[in-house]
Design a protein around this ligand. Structure first.
Ligand code: FE2
Ligand code: FE2
Length: 458
């Protein structure tokens, strides 16, 4: 991120004279230097717009220049990217420009151009550059008043243009124009994300209010929730860790705004901090909470906020158990440790009470029963099918789902549908609830490209 102490600049595989030239022109810059392909592989996934004022790349890192261009273009489409080299034989400008570089400069011939680039983008560069977030605007309402500005990205000019100002909305004409130009995504300034979450959540709440039947309303809800799931998984299934994290945090923002009904008390945030979660990390509790609430909304559960709350607290008691039991799914627990493991739902509830948090009886039940199974083979009580609450079943599904689809640096374990099949196979969940959840993930299946296990992205 750019800060007060210098101008962040990324240098990749520049040859000696080029590097010296750039450094002499960019006084006061803070360099991140990539020397070879290994360093590049390690670092590129963390790059994004807003991190560097400019990128200067050359041919010395042993990376094919066109691929380099494409990766950079992917990671930071908005950042100015220059290819600089002293030997013109190493590159083909036309192709490089097409693949994402803004300019190809040959030294010493293009020294003045390089100087201009450094002056424009590094030194006087837009230091306080805005960061835009691509968002999904649910049923982006024609004429809806939006408390945030919206932008469209024009890939050809690599520019964001303002679509609507704060307090305005998108007119029919603008929406038509977007459709005409096949612009599928709208962008929001990062600082306006809270307003965006509130808008989307209230949209979600009022969705289908005017619908003729409850079936119609449910279908609309399902459609939206499906979209949110796709947002989370389309990116992260490709192993794009940062984007996946970004998407889940966006959905979390929407859901927390949904369950708090836009309340200013921010109880959801308070709850998060009460369990020691800062809300910006990729954690099991907040993930399960978000995903469980999303499932609940999507299948028409009347109290998604209860499910969200149960999700936050369900594993609090794990902290009292030996470390090796704290972050593994139930199926990895050794038989001799099972009983001890099954003591955590009750410990979770005790912790909730110790923190003087009052939860509805349904939430308590969901927490206590989140390891019970429809097959009767769960714990701690081994309750039979009919005695496990729906809330507990939804929570249990989301809990397992998070372990199975967990996103780790560079890979995702299973696709949402593979995870669904796995959970169905183990007989833990009420078949009725399973069928409803299946319909939420359907579209993901029909797109068909998420089939393979643990896709590596290296
Ligand atoms: Fe648990
Ligand atoms: Fe859990």
């Amino acid at each position: 991120m750019s800060d007060e102490s210098g101008y962040p600049v990324l240098l990749i595989g520049l040859d000696g004279p080029s590097k010296a030239e750039v450094e002499s022109l960019c006084e006061g810059a803070l360099y991140t230097v990539i020397h070879d392909a290994t360093e590049f592989e390690k670092a590129f996934e963390s790059w994004q717009d807003g991190m560097f004022n400019a990128v200067f790349a050359g041919s010395e890192a042993g990376l094919p220049a066109n691929e380099l261009a494409q990766v950079l273009q992917n990671q930071c489409p908005e950042t100015k990217k220059f290819f600089v080299a002293t030997d013109p034989k190493v590159w083909e400008p036309r192709l490089l420009l097409k693949n994402g570089f803004n300019q190809c400069l040959q030294l010493p011939l293009d020294r003045s151009l390089l100087k201009e680039a450094c002056l424009t983008y590094v030194i006087t560069g837009e230091k306080k550059k805005r960061v835009y977030k691509g968002v999904r605007v649910l049923d982006l309402g024609e004429g809806d008043r939006l408390d945030f500005e919206t932008y469209a990205f024009l890939p050809l000019n690599r520019k964001y243009i303002k679509l609507s100002a704060k307090g305005e909305g998108l007119t029919e004409k603008k929406l038509e124009k977007l459709a005409e130009n096949q612009v599928g995504q709208v962008f929001v300034d990062q600082k306006d994300m809270a307003q965006f979450y509130q808008y989307t959540a209230s949209k979600l709440r009022s969705l289908g209010a005017g619908a003729v039947s409850s079936t119609e309303r449910q279908e609309k809800l399902r459609e939206s929730v499906r979209g949110l799931f796709q947002d989370i998984f389309d990116s992260s299934v490709k192993g794009d860790f940062d984007h996946g994290k970004e998407m889940i945090s966006q959905v979390e923002g929407i859901i927390s705004s949904y369950v708090t009904k836009g309340a200013t008390s921010q109880w959801y945030k308070k709850l998060l901090s009460s369990i020691g979660d800062t809300g910006d990390s990729y954690s099991h509790a907040s993930n399960v909470s978000t995903v469980a609430a999303l499932f609940a909304i999507g299948i028409g559960h009347p109290r998604p906020e209860d499910i969200a709350m149960a999700g936050l607290f369900h594993d609090l008691g794990l902290t009292e158990l030996p470390v090796e039991l704290q972050s593994i799914p139930e199926w990895e627990v050794k038989p001799e440790l099972r009983e001890l493991f099954y003591s955590h739902p009750e410990r979770s509830m005790n912790r909730v009470k110790m923190k003087r948090i009052i939860v509805p009886p349904e939430v308590e039940k969901a927490i206590l029963q989140h390891h019970e199974k429809w097959s009767g083979k769960g714990g701690p009580k081994g309750l039979p099918a009919g005695r496990i609450s729906d809330d507990a079943m939804i929570l249990s599904f989301a809990d397992q789902f998070d372990y199975l689809t967990r996103l780790e640096e560079g890979k995702r374990h299973l696709s949402p549908l593979e995870a669904y099949e796995e959970i169905k196979r183990n007989g833990s969940i009420n078949p009725e609830i399973l069928a409803k959840i299946r319909r939420l993930l359907e579209k993901e299946a029909s797109e068909g490209s998420h089939g393979s296990r643990a896709e590596k992205h290296s």
